[in-house]
Each structure stands twice: as C-alpha cells, then as structure tokens.
Write a protein that binds this ligand. Structure first.
Ligand SMILES: NC(=O)c1ccc[n+]([C@@H]2O[C@H](COP(=O)([O-])OP(=O)(O)OC[C@H]3O[C@@H](n4cnc5c(N)ncnc54)[C@H](OP(=O)(O)O)[C@@H]3O)[C@@H](O)[C@H]2O)c1
Length: 300
C-alpha cells in the first residue's frame, strides 16, 4: 500500500479550506489543518488532524502546504487598523510557514499560497491574465504583500503556486449566501451601473484546481483561479434573479452601498476586473462549471 502524502492546510476551517480538506482526503492525501481554534466536537472531520502550533509537526514528511488563512475582509468596516490586521494576519503566518519549512529536514515539494484577483486592481473591460500588470489600491497592496511573503520560500521548495482567487461561489460560505436574501426580495439589482466585472469560480472547481496544482509537477508560479467566463455585476445580478424567479431590475446606488459598507464596497463590489484562467486552461484543467447559469443552478 502506498503511503498517503501529507498536506498542511492553513485556513482549513474556513469556507474554501474546509471543502478543500474533505476533497483532498477523498483524493488519498493525509491532511493536517493549522488552526487557532479548538476543534473539539467537530466529528465530521475525523480523518483530518488539527494542530494549533507548527512546532508540534516538525517530524513528519510533508509533500505540500496550502496556505489560505487570513482575517476575513468583510467582518468589520475597514479602518486603518483593520486594514493592517487584514494584511498582517496573512503576511505574518506566511513568514512563520517559511521559517518552519526552513527548519524541516526534508523540504516539501510545493507551497500553494492564497491571493486574489484584486491583485490586478480596478479595470474596465480589458481581459486580464497572469501576464497582465497590476494597478494600485488596497486589494493590490494586500495581495502583493501576501504574494511577496510566499515567494520568499522560492529557494526552500521545488514549486510555488500563487492562487489568485476570484469570487468563490458556494452554498455554505463565501459571498453567495449573503446575496440570496436581497435577491429573493427583488433587491439584488445592478450595483451602481453594474458594469464592473466580477470574476467568479464555483467552489468545486476551486478545490479541483488546487488539487491539480498539487499533483501536476510542472505547475509553478501564479495561477488565476477563476471560471473562463467572468461577467459584469449586472449580468451576475440578472442571472441570479432568473435562477430565483425574481427580476433584478432595481439598481442599488453606489453611494448607498459605500455608506453601508465603506471602502470594502469600493474595492470589492463596485469595482472589479475581468480575469481569465489562462494558465489553468493551458495546463489542461477542465472546469465542471465554466458558465455562471450552470454554476448557480447547481448551487441553488
Ligand atoms: N471566498 C472567496 O471568495 C475568496 C476570494 C478571494 C480570496 N479569498 C481568500 O482565500 C482565503 C480563504 O478564503 P475563505 O473564504 O475560505 O476564508 P474564511 O472562510 O474567512 O476562512 C479563513 C480562515 O483563516 C483563519 N483566520 C481568520 N482570521 C484570522 C486571523 N486574524 N489570523 C490568522 N488566521 C485567521 C481562520 O482559521 P482558524 O480560525 O481555524 O484559525 C479561517 O478559517 C482567505 O484568505 C480569503 O481572503 C477568498
């Protein structure tokens, strides 16, 4: 019998991480989750180990690390302090992971570390891929700092993959559940003029693509984790409305959204970028949900 490969996941208790860990266990990996919180009473994850410190797991052989942990972006309104917390939570942990790797007798083959399509900054209709450049703004600052911290492990592991995640759509977490109530009430119309691009990806394709990066020995560098068909926010709202048999006509003025949600709205909801998963497609990845109507229909 072949030995299960060990994978360490940070953020493995979160929306993406918890789906990923289950998927990786199903793919034959042994998964350990680094977490700040006690996992007592979580009996549905009995094939996964939870640890609270890297010091206790120096002796195993590690095949890979998937680094997703970080302070949520939409937990509280962004103040200068909260923005520092959002950045520092990711950078500090990533540096700790690098130090831990440095001390291992046998380094892991691969580090996969999180980022987001916000790295590209705000764009209009231009199609962006992994070769496109960035524009300044808080999302770019955050993702840039997180990516730079991860790239410091370049000499320590054989491969680093940075995953620039789009809006991950799932039924049990992420942005979609929060969009459902307004949409059901017929209030999920275009935000501002709705022309901003939203690059989305179904949660199943998210975890499948991360598993592909772990497995594919050629995979290296930055990968956009987005479906091949980004849509404008207006199209997103209309498509969601159709799935719920509600019209999505009533526009939400940008000013109201900004007043309600502050800078987060400006960065994430009212501006966007049209990002394509060029490197995933070049690597032969096949999306189960390449189109938004099919993705939403499956999730709802
Ligand atoms: N969901 C999306 O659409 C999306 C899009 C682009 C990028 N991303 C990024 O991808 C990562 C995973 O996303 P997600 O939606 O799964 O996030 P999530 O559900 O908020 O989970 C994040 C995990 O990070 C840990 N965490 C939270 N606050 C922390 C802090 N202050 N310091 C250290 N760890 C902390 C938590 O683990 P413990 O409590 O167990 O320690 C939590 O389970 C995040 O970094 C997110 O910004 C997500």
């Amino acid at each position: 019998m072949t030995k299960r490969k060990n994978i360490l996941v940070t953020g493995g208790t979160g929306f993406i991480g918890s789906t990923l860990t289950q998927y990786l266990v199903g793919q034959g990996y042994h998964v350990t989750v680094l977490t700040r919180t006690s996992q007592e009473g979580r009996n549905n994850l009995d094939q996964i180990d939870f640890v609270s410190s890297l010091n206790t797991i120096r002796n195993s052989d590690w095949y890979g690390i998937v680094n997703l942990a970080g302070e949520p972006l939409n937990k509280v309104r962004w103040s200068v302090r909260q923005k520092e917390k959002i950045i520092n939570s990711r950078v500090t942990l990533t540096c700790r992971i690098n130090d831990w790797i440095r001390d291992l007798q046998v380094p892991p083959e691969i580090l996969i570390s999180g980022s987001a399509v916000g790295w590209y900054g705000h764009w209009d209709d231009e199609c962006l891929d992994e070769d496109s450049h960035n524009r300044e703004g808080f999302s770019n600052e955050l993702c840039g700092a997180w990516e730079s911290a991860a790239f410091e492990a370049a000499d320590l592991v054989s491969r680093i993959c940075i995953i620039r995640l789009g809006i991950v759509l799932g039924s049990h977490g992420g942005s979609l559940p929060a969009m459902l109530l307004p949409a059901k009430l017929g209030l999920g119309g275009p935000m501002s003029n709705g022309s901003q691009w939203w690059s989305w990806i179904h949660i199943a394709d998210t975890v499948r693509s991360i598993a592909m990066l772990l497995k594919n020995g050629q995979a290296n560098g930055v990968f956009n984790l987005t479906a091949p068909t980004p849509v404008t926010q207006k199209t997103f709202a209309t498509t969601l409305g159709k799935q719920l048999n509600r019209s999505a006509i009533l526009p939400l003025p940008g000013l109201i959204i900004k007043l309600m949600m502050g800078e987060f709205a400006e960065e994430v909801l009212l501006n966007g970028q049209r990002v394509l998963p060029k490197k995933l497609l070049d690597a032969g990845f096949e999306f189960n949900y390449p189109n938004l109507p099919d993705a939403l229909s499956q999730l709802l």
